[in-house]
Design a protein around this ligand. Structure first.
Ligand code: C5P
Length: 313
């Protein structure tokens, strides 16, 4: 293999959380309109791409990550991202080997697959020197999945449409979250379906169009942790609890451990605990571990979106 063919690029992509996830009535295409605020947190997947004759994906991960649920064939969203970029630029038979090292829990409501797709777009764009304009990358990302554009952007951003239309918002805070992982994943479509069921069974079937709470945006702009704790929310909490009643214990434990607030991450089952500071995060972390939660990480936020970490030649 020539040196040209052996080149690789590694790109890092963050997990996302939703500080607010407002869900509206299901659309004719099956998606739900969202009014959400995303934040990128310091859990990452690294994606390395290398020229190859055919598409393939190799998976490794940190010891706490369950890789069994991640497809290792053409259905992996990273391969779909690569193929979409090739099609967009008319590159014919171009292909790559994609190595994914996962630090983001799988099926946890942290958009790990979306992070991999966003990282693959940027890594291949660099490997092949395509210089795809940002607006085109965002558009391709939106076609791959609702959360993929935010992974490109990172930081803190409002999301509308089905979540794919992203706009940065002012955030002066240095936030600390505890991420409480769960042994069993939760399917996003199943949680949205439970949302629809609850709307019909408990409500009268009408769901209001969601809006981002102005108090949340003010708390972010001011870096006000008490204000943030008072204004976070997630409309998928009840549907996720319907499917996974055991999650109620995590919320109870979080409160007893002294978290400012506990929040379901996306469609779950990961639960996020907002802490006042790094020192406070250490204390709450110890309490959660004492209560039997073994996979708990303290992470700062916000962090950057996808970025190149190595391109060694
Ligand atoms: O866009 P993405 O492929 O990540 O969405 C996965 C699934 O989550 C969709 O098939 C749909 O069932 C659900 N979803 C939704 N409304 C959204 C985003 C996702 O119903 N805004």
């Amino acid at each position: 293999m020539s040196q040209q063919e052996a080149r690789s690029v590694t790109v890092r992509a963050p997990a996302k959380i939703n500080l607010f996830l407002g869900v509206g009535p299901v659309r004719p295409d099956g998606y739900h309109p969202l009014a959400t605020v995303y934040q990128a947190i310091a859990l990452y997947d690294d994606v390395t791409v290398t020229d190859d004759e055919r598409w393939s994906v190799q998976l490794t991960g940190e010891s706490r990550i369950d890789l069994a649920e991640v497809p290792a064939d053409d259905t992996n969203i990273a391969i779909r991202a690569g193929q979409l970029l090739v099609e967009h630029h008319g590159l014919g038979e171009r292909a790559a080997r994609i190595e994914i090292h996962k630090g983001i829990p799988v099926a946890g409501g942290l958009a790990g697959g979306s992070a991999d797709a966003a990282a693959t777009l940027v890594a291949l764009d660099r490997l092949w020197d395509l210089q795809t304009p940002d607006d085109e990358l965002l558009e391709l990302a939106g076609r791959l999945g609702s959360d993929v554009p935010f992974a490109l952007l990172g930081g803190t951003a409002a999301g509308t449409g089905r979540g794919e239309l992203v706009e940065p918002v002012a955030d002066t805070g240095s936030w600390w979250w505890l991420v409480v992982e769960n042994d069993e994943g939760l399917s996003t479509p199943a949680v949205y379906a439970a949302f629809d069921r609850l709307a019909h069974e408990i409500g009268d079937g009408t769901v209001a169009d969601p809006i981002i709470p102005p108090a949340l945006l003010a708390a972010l702009a001011e870096g006000d942790v008490a204000g943030l704790a008072a204004s976070v929310g997630n409309h998928l909490t009840d549907p996720a609890l319907l499917l996974r009643p055991d999650l109620a214990h995590t919320f109870e434990d979080a409160e007893a451990a002294g978290a400012l607030v506990a929040l379901l991450s996306g469609s779950g089952p990961t639960v996020l605990l907002l802490c006042e500071s790094m020192a406070h995060a250490h204390i709450v972390h110890r309490e959660m571990v004492d209560k039997g939660h073994t996979r708990v990480s303290a992470v700062p936020a916000p962090v950057s979106g996808v970025h190149v970490v190595t391109s060694p030649w």
